[in-house]
Every structure is written in C-alpha cells, then in structure tokens.
Design a protein around this ligand. Structure first.
Ligand code: NAP
Length: 234
C-alpha cells in the first residue's frame, strides 16, 4: 500500500496542489489546517481524484503540543509529511518567527521521532529561496525561512542512517494568494507539486522551483558582503 500523506497547512495553495498530486497516484491524504470547515470541499476533491481516503483535521502550528494529538488520531498513520505552513508579512514579528520557523520545526521534530522509530518515512519542508540569504525585502520572513532550511538540513543529516528521508523545497515566487506583487520567474502551485513528486521519485534532498533559482541563488549566496549590502534586491 502507498504511504498516507499528511499535509500540515493543508489549506495552503501549494500544500493542496501537492496533496492532489499524491491523491491521483493513489495515496490516502490527511489535510490539517486552522479551519477544518475550509478543508471539507478539498477532501471531497481529493477523493474524486483518486485518494482511497481523505480526511480533514483542525490543527494550529502555533499550538506546539497539538501535533502529538494530531499524529495519534490519524488512520492510516502517515508515511509522508509535508509542511506547507507559512506567513509572509505581519506587524507581529514574533508571529512571523513562530509561524515560519518554530512551529513547523517543532511539528516536524515530532514527526521525525515517530519516523525514526519505524525506520522509514519522508518529510517534505516547503522553505523558500528567501531563506538563502537575508535581504531587505521581507526582512523577517527570509531569516525565519533560513532557520527552517537549516533545521531541515540538520534533520536530514541526523536521520540519514535511520532510513528517513528529508526533502527541502525552495520555491521562488509562486502565484498563490501569498504573492502580493509581480515577480520574475513566477511559477504555479502545480509546478511546485510536480517538482516535489519528481524529487520524491528520484530521492532528491534539496530542490529549487523553478530550476532557474538554483543558479540565481548560488550567485547571490556567493556575492561578497561589501557588495551585497549595497544592493536593493526584490
Ligand atoms: N507563494 C510564494 O510565492 C511562495 C514562495 C516560496 C515559498 N512559499 C512557501 O510555500 C508554503 C505555502 O504557501 P502558499 O504560497 O501556498 O500560500 P498560502 O496559501 O497562504 O499558504 C500558507 C498556509 O499557511 C497556513 N498557516 C498560517 N498560519 C498558520 C497557523 N497558525 N496554523 C496552521 N496553518 C497556518 C495558512 O493557513 P490558512 O489557510 O488557515 O490561512 C495557509 O494555508 C509556505 O510555507 C510559504 O512560505 C511560498
């Protein structure tokens, strides 16, 4: 039987696109989000697309302990867990860090303990190119995503010998409700989902979506700081 997929932040456009991509491949899907009612039409859609089972669950990433109860309640237990939670802007800086870094990392930590005990599983973290180097645009979202990217790297390193896989997904701009202004090389949530499925099949660790962001971010990462601090990058 194919492993069940849990999407944390299941109402997110990217998260739901990934859920759909796994549903058509015959995986059972669990969606978890703050507002369970919003998930009901989405689980109906997933069943129509071929998921043998699709369920909706209320869960808030800011309630750090709630993940244990969520994981206990899932039948079948997930073998793939996706974190698609994120918040681009807020006047509350603490909320930005808790939503983009603390919350997703602590939730995946609970998942990792269970997967390590079983000796199998796939954890997929949706981070961002914004985490590759801190800059003035989105000055707190980027650093929070940097922390999340580093957390996923540490997790992959720690779990490698236990048979658990960890995939870091770094999209550039994606045309969802999170994207508030036009940006170059914008892709769709469907593009991200297709890239995730391909990366799962190929056993990839870190992917950029679209691929153009790999050379762009490699160049940006290596710019010397005396030059970088003078630049205004979107
Ligand atoms: N769109 C882009 O350009 C882009 C680029 C790079 C990376 N990403 C990342 O991709 C992921 C998905 O984003 P998206 O573009 O699909 O935007 P989105 O639809 O706004 O998804 C973000 C999700 O995070 C959820 N969320 C926020 N706070 C939460 C909380 N306290 N508890 C539970 N869920 C919470 C939101 O839940 P509600 O539905 O309840 O509001 C929303 O569904 C995020 O991690 C984002 O940072 C996006």
């Amino acid at each position: 039987m194919k492993p069940a997929v849990l999407v944390l932040g299941g109402a997110s456009e990217i998260g739901f696109a990934i859920a759909r991509a796994y549903a058509v491949r015959g995986h059972a899907i669990h969606l978890a989000a703050r507002n369970r009612a919003r998930l009901e039409p989405m689980v109906a859609d997933l069943r129509l697309r071929g998921a043998p089972q699709a369920t909706a669950h209320e869960w808030d990433v800011l309630d750090y302990g709630a993940i244990e109860h969520l994981l206990d309640s899932l039948d079948p237990a997930p073998g793939i867990v996706v974190s698609a939670v994120g918040l681009l802007t807020s006047p509350d800086t603490d909320l930005l860090f808790r939503t983009n870094f603390n919350g997703p990392s602590l939730a995946l930590e609970a998942v990792a303990r269970r997967f390590a005990a079983k000796g199998e599983g796939l954890i997929i973290g949706i981070s961002s190119v914004a985490g590759d180097r801190g800059r003035s645009a989105n000055p707190l979202y980027g650093p929070a995503k940097s922390g999340f990217t580093a957390y996923l790297s540490a997790l992959r390193n720690r779990l490698f010998k236990s048979g658990v896989r960890v995939m870091t997904v770094k999209p550039g701009p994606v045309a969802t409700r999170m994207l508030t202004k036009k940006a170059p090389f914008t892709c769709t949530a469907g593009d991200v989902a297709r890239a995730v499925i391909r990366a799962d099949e190929r056993g990839r660790d870190v992917i950029y979506v679209g691929w153009i962001w790999w050379p762009i971010m490699t160049a940006i990462r290596f710019l010397p700081e005396p030059l970088f601090k003078r630049l205004t990058l979107g």
